[in-house]
Design a binder for this molecule. Sequence first.
Ligand code: NAD
Length: 457
Amino acid sequence: MSQLAIHNPATGHLITTLGADDASTVAAKAARARAAQHAWAATPLAERKACITAFRAGVVHDLESLAFTMTRETGKPIKMSRNELNGLLGRIDFFLAEADATLATQTVFADGGMTEQIQHTPLGVVANISAWNYPWFVGCNVIVPALLTGNTVLYKPSEYATLTGLEITRLLHKAGVPEDVMICLVGGGAVGAALLEQKVDGVFFTGSYATGARIAQTVGSKFVKLQLELGGKDPTYVCDDANVQVAAESLADGAMYNTGQSCCSVERVYVHEKVYDQFVQAFVATVKSFKTGDPVAEDTYIGAITRAPQLDVLQAQVDDAKAKGATLHTGGHRGTGEGNWFEPTVFSDVNHSMEIMREESFGPVIGIQKVGSDAEAVKLMNDTRYGLTAGVFTPNEARAKAVLEQVNAGTVYWNCCDRVSPRLPWSGHGDSGVGLTLSTYGIQTFTRPKAWHLRKA
Ligand code: NAD
């Protein structure tokens, strides 16, 4: 049996070694998920909801140890691990509250003896291949609504968050979800690729553009539902009438929270020339106040970089920005001790010839660029192949909406950033992906509509 070594990114130390899946165990697991699907779909929704309610209770009960496990294997500061788990509870509550109405069969026509109805039937067996940065969120955005709608789930957590993936699976089984209905696969990209060789009815992927594009090529000719939630290079524009201090503090948090390893991290900041110097000063002061350190410590704000190869990406972006004339205000180096560390880094005087303004950083590194007008800000915000989120800071609602209506992004923010709501669809434009999770659309997406034409004899 092949093995998967799990390391603590904050120290580099081995946490444990797990037995991993291979092509034959993946095939056997897929067969089990297929065999179990009809019975699960036939289980009344009330029973499926009861399992998810019990799962929620299990998360609450084990919250502290689950947070610790996530922190140890990803390097996420412990308070942020707790925040993620508490945020998950709200997402589960939303799905539970909306499932009945969203999944109810709709009568769309009734006239004399003729009735037309739309029934929401499950896709069948769904594959969920997942990222590590918010493993509870991105895992459960798929798993919870997929199970509620009667699908069985083959779940391949990231190799950088496998202990968390196994905890999600354990708690679902403990809550009454049958073992063949929710199945975890252990391993890296090769196990994900083996999963895609199986007959599944939907592929729900969260991860990088590069892997998403590869998956789209593999899955394309199979005609199964495919959703890809990928990376971003999310911009925010600070107008000349904004409260500069508030904007600087919000955006520093939006850029550096989760050590900058959020799909919707603020990755580019454009500031009107009238408030540029003041903004840069306040932003840098806020970033300098963030404490870097042991992710388990309660006052740590900047944790470890989860994947060691990302350190090279960050260093290359920093070196490129420096070489092209950007001004470095703080940071700029990787850590020298054990584990994967990168200093929170702020550049001003950046431009779009620099990688730091073009490619996803996915770390605590940010560029701030001066602009002369709203029109210039819109042009620069749209100068990207991605389109996940974008924001504007100004007290003027009409001005914010005029800017945001022109920006190509699945989510837009006025005076906020780095925010996800279970009530709103989460989707990307361009290379940020296809499909969506969350909101009632994020329940329906695990179903296919069946059209009923019913004539009384
Ligand atoms: P990744 O693409 O390296 O890995 C994602 C998953 O794909 C992992 O489980 C991995 O094992 C698997 N995988 C790798 N190669 C595969 C293959 N050939 N076939 C099938 N599966 C394969 O991404 P990551 O480093 O885990 O995640 C970081 C990325 O995820 C960032 O770009 C981030 O922006 C993005 N992300 C997006 C969202 C969103 O909602 N849009 C949310 C979280 C993260």
